[in-house]
Write a protein that binds this ligand. Structure first.
Ligand code: KG4
Ligand code: ZN
Length: 350
C-alpha cells in the first residue's frame, strides 16, 4: 500500500497550524503561527483568536505545502481538529477543511485535539506507541489516560476545576508575567527557592485509597488560591520583586509534585511502566525530569520535542492518518464542538 499524504489543520486555540505528513512520521511541511495579540490581554480572547485564524489560514496552509513541495491536489486526505477548543477558532479550521475536502473530493477526518497530543511523541520516536499511561496537561485539560492501543483509551483521572496549564497561566498573571505564563514561570523558578513558600498538594493525601473517587483526579483551584494569597501577602509587604522567583518555584514544585504523584498512582494501578507526557505543560523541563526520576530506570518515559509539545498540526495529521487507516472518515456535515468528550471506552476502571 502506498503511503498517504495527509494535510493536518489545527485552529482550536491561539495557534494556526498546517502540516503535510507522509505516511506515519515524515513531516514534509509544518507551519505553526502563534497569535501575539493575546499577550496584551493576559489571556486568549476568543473573538480575536477566531479573526486571527481567518486572516492567516490560507497563507499558513500555502507555506506548509510549499515546504513540502506539494500542491493541494497531491493531498490524499485532510484531518482537522473538531474539538475541544474555542468554538469560533475551531470553526475557522473546520470550515476551511470542509471546503477544501469538498473541492478536492478527498476524505476528511475529524480529530480530537487531546487524542492528537497522544500522537505527537511518536512522530519523533517510533517506540512512543501504546501501551502507555499518558498525562495530558494543556491550557484547557488535565487528563490521565491508559492507552491500551491506538484508539483504545480509558480515562483514569481528570481535573475537577482548573487545568494545569490554566493554573500556570493564572499564577503567572498574578505575578505580573505575560501570557502564556508557563514558560516564564519555569524560567524564573530556576532561580527560586520553593521552600520559602510552602504550598498545598491538592487531592494528594497519604490516607487516600485507590477506591476513593479523587484518587486519580486533579484539582488546581485550591493551589491557585493558596498561591494568590502568598502573592497578596508579599505584595502588601512590598517584597514582590524579591519573592517572584521563589513563588514561581514553590507553585511549580507543588503542581509538578501533584501531577507526578497521580501519574505514578496510575502506573502502579495499571502495572504499565511506560509513561507519555503530552500537551503544552509537558514542555516543562522540571516536569519531565521529576517524572523520569520517580518512574525509575525500569520505566520508559516518552515526550515530544518542545515544538511538538505545544499545539501543532503535525500531531493532528498523525492522528488523522491513524483514523484514516482504521476507517474513521468523517462526513462533510460534521461540526466543531467546543466540549468534545475524550474518545474513551465507557468504563473508567483501571
Ligand atoms: O497544549 P497547549 O499548547 O494548548 C492547549 O491545548 O491548551 O498548552 C498551552 C499551555 C499554556 O497554559 C502554557 O502556559 C502551558 O501550556 N505551557 C507550559 C510550558 N510551556 C507551555 N506550562 C509550564 N511549563 C512550560 N514550560
Ligand atoms: Zn493542546
Amino acid at each position: 500500500m502506498t503511503e498517504k499524504l495527509v494535510l493536518g489543520i489545527e485552529s482550536s486555540c491561539d495557534e494556526t497550524s498546517a502540516a503535510v505528513l507522509l505516511g506515519e512520521s515524515r513531516i514534509l511541511g509544518h507551519v505553526i503561527l502563534s497569535q501575539d495579540v493575546h499577550r496584551v490581554y493576559g489571556g486568549v480572547v476568543p473573538e480575536l483568536a477566531a479573526r486571527a485564524h481567518l486572516n492567516v489560514i490560507d497563507e499558513v496552509v500555502d507555506a506548509a505545502l510549499r515546504q513540502a513541495e506539494a500542491s493541494l491536489h497531491d493531498i490524499d486526505a485532510l484531518g482537522v481538529t473538531t474539538g475541544p477548543g474555542l468554538i469560533g477558532a475551531l470553526l475557522v479550521g473546520v470550515c476551511w477543511t470542509k471546503a477544501a475536502a469538498f473541492a478536492l473530493r478527498r476524505p476528511i477526518v475529524p480529530v480530537h485535539h487531546m487524542e492528537a497530543h497522544l500522537f505527537a511523541p511518536c512522530l519523533e520516536d517510533h517506540e512512543a506507541v501504546p501501551p502507555f499511561v499518558a498525562l495530558l496537561v494543556s491550557g484547557g485539560h488535565t487528563l490521565l489516560i491508559h492507552a491500551e492501543a491506538w484508539g483504545r483509551y480509558r480515562v483514569l483521572g481528570q481535573t475537577r476545576d482548573d487545568a494545569a496549564g490554566e493554573a500556570f497561566d493564572k499564577v503567572a498573571k498574578l505575578l505580573g508575567l505575560s501570557y502564556p505564563g508557563g514558560p516564564q514561570v519555569e524560567a524564573l523558578a530556576l532561580e527560586g527557592d520553593a521552600s520559602r513558600h510552602p504550598l498545598p498538594r491538592p487531592m494528594v493525601r497519604g490516607d487516600q485509597h485507590a477506591s476513593d473517587p479523587d484518587y486519580l483526579d486533579f484539582s488546581f483551584s485550591g493551589l491557585k488560591t493558596a498561591a494568590a494569597e502568598r502573592v497578596r501577602a508579599v505584595e502588601s509587604a512590598g517584597s514582590l520583586e524579591g519573592e517572584r522567583a521563589h513563588l514561581c518555584a514553590a507553585f511549580q514544585e507543588a503542581a509538578i509534585d501533584t501531577l507526578v504523584t497521580k501519574t505514578m498512582r496510575a502506573v502502579e494501578l495499571t502495572g504499565c511502566r511506560r509513561v507519555l507526557l503530552g500537551g503544552g505543560v509537558s514542555a516543562n523541563g522540571q516536569l519531565r525530569s521529576e517524572m523520569a526520576r520517580r518512574l525509575g530506570p525500569d520505566g520508559r518515559l516518552f515526550h515530544a520535542s518542545l515544538r511538538l509539545s505545544v499545539d501543532n498540526a503535525a500531531m493532528i495529521a498523525r492522528c488523522a492518518a491513524f483514523h484514516l487507516a482504521s476507517g474513521g472518515v468523517g462526513e462533510l456535515t460534521m461540526d466543531a464542538e467546543a466540549s468534545l468528550p475524550f474518545p474513551a471506552l465507557p468504563s473508567t476502571a483501571a
